[in-house]
Design a protein around this ligand. Structure first.
Ligand SMILES: Nc1ncnc2c1ncn2[C@@H]1O[C@H](COP(=O)(O)OP(=O)(O)O)[C@@H](O)[C@H]1O
Ligand SMILES: O=C(O)C1=C[C@@H](OP(=O)(O)O)[C@@H](O)[C@H](O)C1
Ligand SMILES: [Mg+2]
Length: 169
């Protein structure tokens, strides 16, 4: 069993939102590894970071990705930092992986000043810039398709992915 498509990309790229749209269009189930970690730990991602630290979050995330890649056959959204874990990148080999790309300006606007992304607390734009610069090679490495999402609605992003993947709904 393998997901129909896996979405990667930085915070604000629209992974969670576009996964839901793709799931609706394809009529398949949707999973998000952040939600899987939250369900397993019975706390928010933010609380996992505060209580157990980022290293523990990355282990839980790695396990959630492995589990979803082998048991889920719908659409799968990863957290933005999942690709920083070597084992996650290796596990994505052979899967259909879409990199949702986004500019710093648009990502910062989408993420806003909300506190739900613990890594972005404080200087949102500066932290996002460093994180996007550092991770770009990793997103590119795992992706089988890249979609630039600036100026597109989630529905338009989903359209584009379905067309590129040769899926008709
Ligand atoms: N293509 C888009 N255009 C405009 N806003 C978007 C788009 N995709 C997502 N958003 C908004 O940006 C925010 C972050 O989206 P989300 O799906 O949580 O991103 P991610 O999971 O990649 O961090 C949400 O408020 C969402 O409604
Ligand atoms: O970029 C990151 O390291 C993170 C992104 C978040 O997911 P989204 O990319 O869905 O916001 C979430 O996994 C956590 O806050 C860490
Ligand atoms: Mg998300």
């Amino acid at each position: 069993m393998s997901p129909r498509v896996v979405l990667v990309g930085p915070p604000g790229a629209g992974k969670t939102t576009v996964a839901a749209e793709l799931g609706r269009r394809l009529g398949v189930a949707v999973r998000d590894t952040d939600a899987d970690v939250e369900a397993r730990e019975a706390m928010t991602v933010q609380d996992v970071f505060v209580t157990h630290g980022e290293a523990r979050f990355r282990e839980l995330e790695r396990d959630a990705v492995r589990e979803a890649l082998s048991t889920h056959d719908g659409v799968l959204a990863l957290g933005g930092g999942a690709v920083t874990t070597d084992a996650v990148r290796r596990s994505l080999d052979g899967h259909r992986v879409v990199f949702l790309d986004v500019s710093l300006t648009e990502s910062a606007a989408r993420v806003g000043l909300g506190t739900s992304r613990p890594l972005l607390l404080g200087n949102v734009r500066g932290t996002l810039k460093k994180l996007m610069d550092d991770r770009r090679p990793l997103y590119t490495q795992v992706a089988t398709l890249t979609v630039v999402t600036d100026g597109l609605s989630p529905e338009q992003v989903a359209d584009h992915i379905l067309t590129e993947l040769g899926e008709t709904t």
